[in-house]
Design a protein around this ligand. Structure first.
Ligand code: TRP
Ligand code: ZN
Length: 974
């Protein structure tokens, strides 16, 4: 409410009514007469033009328009003013890493008291404040949005209006007392009207919070930045019947009943934390309880909270949690530090999950699983994300980020830790393949587009937009490179030193780098470039063998492509793991490498060295292996030792050889992918020139030998016979052609299916199981292989194969097999497809998580003209634009079909454009994720470019656009 006063602070109402704003009865909005632009229009035509010029908000033309902004002087409204109006008040502002300043004041303790209600929630906060520099007289600036200020006291004395300043986003004490003081602030918020799902909101009738990155400022006025770390207590008061469970961080220290059917609970968190880790949950929940005894003997109570009917579906999450706790002790020596660990599952959540201290809050799709309702992929995701959030307790919570630019300090590191955890629980190679595929399909395109940013961004408008695959996945690759360079023990030494130095602190990426370096006395050259340079480096390798000198040379050159704001790049430090195969396919023992004028021994006395890590640091550089007695085939970038695009001079024969023999299983898969990428690109060229398509028999043979190799891991086989994604291929083209790429991928799939039909059929036959569902690697691998074969067979539009898939559908005893059969069937339009989809819905209509799979499957369909079907599904009774999971399934799913989203007639773009504007009014974070689908529009042909650009421009000219969507849309157009 307060923020509505800003524009007219010098004219009407001014600040007189700050305390008067509190009113329980809804009062009509009064628009004062200073200036009024009809309706909800927020930007003047002039501004819209500036925005279309894609000027950045901090530039002067944009600012100049502030004066022309509409002024609303509102006394009170019901509900609170929405975000629609928020951006009317302040121009989006870009924030820069280089502007970081230490806070002038620190907070020591924070006591929060919540009185939760149906119409309003009162938040009372009491903070002990002290200046960073004794005797400082700097103003104290608190962040706060979407709340009514009720009262403010300093050292017990109520402040009068002249003692502070309130604008749409801040509460400023101009001259706070010198030295330590207490600050008490009472505010009113309306969680029941909060559809943004940040701050305090309601999900299925329960109260919950999401404070990262900057949601705490929607709960109470505070220095909402991670370098403010304080000890919290939290008292929650609520109706006892409606909200029997009251949770917050730390330990429960008091609870009791109150008059009027209410009760309360008091929680105390003994650890200092930034406010983004604060959490509160209140509602009708029940728990699965278990215990974990840490290796030092601390008994920890574990509780996973859900609505009563879902408690049976939390067994796998509990198993995952205990496995994660044990793993962190075994691998990193890290123990849990409290006596209680709570996990709460909520159906409405913008992201996957949140690591709030001792009270993790999860999107329910990442907690709830039963064999009948969740697929193997869901089980694996739950394991990984439960691990991820738990691991944050040390990497994120005990040691946190100084500012949000350092996000990868906790996220890259924690993703790396959860990847390692999942590897150790399943198959290392298969996990690595999955992670690298994700990087290639999602992060590479981001790094090559208008939203490209370094692992540590230099600036942002809305921090939420920087929870990206670059910060997370590329950030994890950066952490992995330390381990590749230092080895397991060296990496562990670095981690130990990091915790020893920084426990309880808010630090930077350099601090992590320094710990790794100092613990090992390591020379990391220009490794820090990985944090500051965006763009995927392209590494070219040429090889030559000298039969007389018995040397083998690898010449490297590297190039980092230009990205927005970074046109010239420095060379990077690229660790390249290499092995050399002899003609029988075995690794040659390596003795020494000549490089930079010196001969370095790589041999060890204890065992032959079969692989080594080359340190590529220059633009051009040569490494010469000595004592190589036959022409080797090099296996380069083993295990994908750096996040680069590798271009080598290996021939197809070399690649087939590596596919068959490489001891590095990752590179066996990779060789197959390189071959497939080459093949697909050349067929795309044929398709574009209307040449007939034919499939290279050697490729079919290569895949056949993998498919029939019983010595291989079954999930490895499934991955090795899966073609690179359409996005990956489009990403490699001069002008992306979704129709050609789709036609080619479909052609190869069908051709493989028909040529290897009997092999695929026996693969299905031999990998059925009538046994009970087990979540372990051998069983998941078996199902993955069987279902990959089934999908191939389903691509053959013949009735025999449809019958087979239908049979699999009917006899399936778990969701993995059932959904795989449904997907196989739904590749081809027709009555069978319609009937089975209808049957599936009828069966699962009461399970919203399964219904989301049903939405996604239809949305992702490549059947031409599917946009109409998706539009119909928007009106399906099970759909709801306010629930992020449903949006991700239906809208996100649709954008995942290149042929339909990029339909030539622009129907896909138009659809997304309309949805983004609707969504933005409800939930800017989710709208912003959706609008990102437009960001690579320049990669397409001119007519598609025109159509996509039109949609982006329409979005940009909309009234009251959120900063979230503004940032993505404007940068996309820039
Ligand atoms: N820190 C969370 C993680 O573990 C990410 C997250 C959850 C988040 N909810 C959010 C980030 C909302 C931004 C906004 O990765
Ligand atoms: Zn995280």
């Amino acid at each position: 409410m307060a923020r509505l006063i800003l524009p007219c602070k010098s004219s009407c109402l001014a600040r007189t009514s700050l305390l008067g704003l509190i009113s329980s009865a809804p009062v009509k909005r009064s628009v004062c007469s200073v200036k009024s632009i009809s309706g909800y229009r927020c930007f003047s035509a002039l501004e819209a033009t500036h925005r279309r010029n894609y000027r950045f908000p901090h530039s002067s033309p944009y600012r100049a328009t502030e004066a022309s902004r509409r002024v609303i002087c509102s006394v009170a409204t019901e509900p609170f003013p929405k975000r629609v109006e928020e951006s009317e008040m302040d121009a989006p502002k870009e924030i820069f890493l280089k502007d970081y300043k230490s806070p002038d004041y620190y907070f020591d303790t924070v006591d929060l008291r919540f009185s939760l209600g149906e119409e309003k929630t009162i938040v009372a906060s009491k903070i002990t404040v002290f200046p960073r520099v004794e005797g400082s007289s700097a103003p104290l600036v608190l962040n706060g949005v979407d709340q009514k200020l009720i009262s403010i006291k300093v050292d017990g004395k109520e402040l009068k209006e002249g003692d502070y300043h309130l604008d749409s986003r801040h509460l400023t004490l101009q001259s706070p007392p010198q030295g330590k003081f207490t600050l008490e602030i009472d505010t009113e918020i309306q969680p029941q009207n909060n559809t943004s799902l940040e701050g305090l909101y309601k999900s299925s009738g329960n109260f919950c919070t999401q404070c990262e990155a900057e949601g705490f400022r929607k709960i109470t006025f505070y220095q909402d930045r991670p370098d403010i770390m304080a000890k919290y207590t939290c008292r929650i008061e609520a109706d006892k019947l409606l909200y029997p469970v009251l949770l917050s961080n730390g330990n429960l220290i008091e609870q009791g009943t109150l008059e009027g059917g209410k009760h309360y609970a008091v929680w105390e968190d003994p650890f200092k934390k930034p406010c983004y880790l604060f959490a509160l949950v209140a509602g009708q929940l029940e728990s699965r309880d278990d215990t974990f005894v840490t290796r030092s003997g601390r008994k920890v109570a574990l509780r996973i909270w859900t609505p009563a009917e879902d408690v049976p579906k939390t067994a796998h999450a509990m198993y995952s949690l205990k496995a994660a706790m044990k793993w962190d002790e075994d691998v990193f020596g890290l123990e849990y530090d409290l006596d209680l660990f709570n996990v709460v599952a909520v159906p409405d959540f913008n992201m996957g999950a949140m690591e709030n201290k001792s009270l993790n809050i999860f999107n329910s799709k990442l907690v709830l699983a039963s064999p009948e309702t969740a697929s193997d992929a869901d089980y694996a995701a739950i394991l990984g994300v439960i691990g991820h959030e738990y691991f944050h307790n040390w990497t994120g919570n005990r040691v946190t980020c100084r500012d949000w630019f350092q996000l990868s300090l906790k996220e890259g590191l924690t993703v790396f830790r959860d990847q390692e955890f999942s590897s150790d629980m399943g198959s290392r190679t298969v996990k690595r393949i999955a992670d690298v595929s994700k990087l290639r399909n999602y992060q590479f395109p981001q790094d090559a587009g208008p939203m490209a940013h370094p692992v540590r961004p230099h600036s942002y408008i809305k921090m939420d937009n920087f929870y990206t695959v670059t910060v997370y996945e590329k950030g994890a690759e950066v952490v992995r490179m330390y381990k590749t360079l230092l080895g397991t023990q060296g990496f562990r030494k670095g981690m130990d030193l990091y915790f020893k130095r920084h426990d309880g602190q808010a630090v930077t990426c350099e601090d992590f780098f320094a710990a790794m370096k100092d613990a090992n006395g390591a020379d990391f050259a220009n490794f820090l470039q990985w944090y500051s340079q965006a763009g995927t480096p392209v590494v070219k390798v040429t090889s030559s063998y000298n039969a007389e000198a018995h040397t083998f040379s690898l010449k490297f050159s590297q190039e980092v492509p230009p990205t927005p704001g970074q046109l010239v790049k420095e060379p990077m430090f690229i660790p390249v793991a290499v092995g050399l195969l002899d003609s029988s396919g075995k690794d040659m023992p390596l003795s020494s490498v000549y490089h930079d004028g010196t001969l370095q021994s790589v041999a060890s006395i204890s065992q032959p060295v079969l692989s080594t890590v080359l340190r590529v640091t220059k633009k051009e550089e040569e490494f010469v292996f000595c004592d190589i007695f036959e022409r080797p085939i090099p296996s380069l970038l083993r295990g994908y030792s750096a996040p680069v695009r590798l271009e080598s001079d290996l021939s197809d024969n070399d690649l087939f050889f590596l596919l068959a023999h490489d001891s590095d299983e990752f590179n066996r898969w990779e060789s197959g992918q390189v071959l497939a990428r080459k093949l697909m690109l050349s067929l795309v060229a044929d398709f574009q020139q209307s040449k007939p398509l034919t499939l290279n028999p050697k490729f079919v043979q290569g895949l056949k030998s993998i498919l029939c190799d019983t010595s291989l891991d079954k999930e490895f086989i499934a991955k090795a016979i899966t073609l690179p994604g359409e996005g990956e291929i489009m990403d490699m083209m001069e002008v992306a052609d979704p129709d050609a790429v789709h036609a080619v991928r479909t052609f190869i799939r069908k051709e493989l299916a028909s040529q290897l039909k009997s092999e695929f059929l026996s693969t299905v036959e031999n990998n059925r199981s009538s046994e009970e569902y087990v979540f372990d690697h051998p069983n998941m691998a078996r199902r993955a292989l069987k279902n990959t074969a089934l999908a191939y067979l389903g691509s053959l539009e013949d009735s025999e194969m449809t019958e087979l898939a239908l049979h699999e559908y009917k006899t399936a005893t778990n969701m993995t097999d059932q959904f795989a059969a449904l997907s196989a069937i739904s590749q081809n339009p027709g009555k069978t497809r319609d009937d089975v989809l209808a049957d599936f819905y009828t069966k699962w209509q009461h399970n919203y998580l399964v219904v989301n799979k049903w939405f996604a499957l239809q949305a992702m369909s490549n059947i031409p003209g599917n946009v109409e079907n998706v539009r119909k599904l928007l009106n399906h009774p099970a759909f709801d634009l306010r629930n992020p999971n449903k949006v991700y399934s239906l809208i996100g799913g649709f954008c995942g079909s290149p042929v339909n989203f990029h339909a030539k007639d622009g129907s896909g773009y138009k659809f997304l454009g309309e949805i983004v504007l609707q969504l933005d009014k409800l939930n800017p974070q989710v709208a912003s994720r959706m609008v990102s689908a437009f960001s690579r529009w320049r990669r397409f042909d001119e007519s598609r470019q025109t159509l996509a650009k039109q949609q982006l421009e329409t979005i940009m000219s909309a009234n009251g656009l959120s900063e979230n969507v503004f940032e993505i849309a404007s940068k996309s157009l820039a």
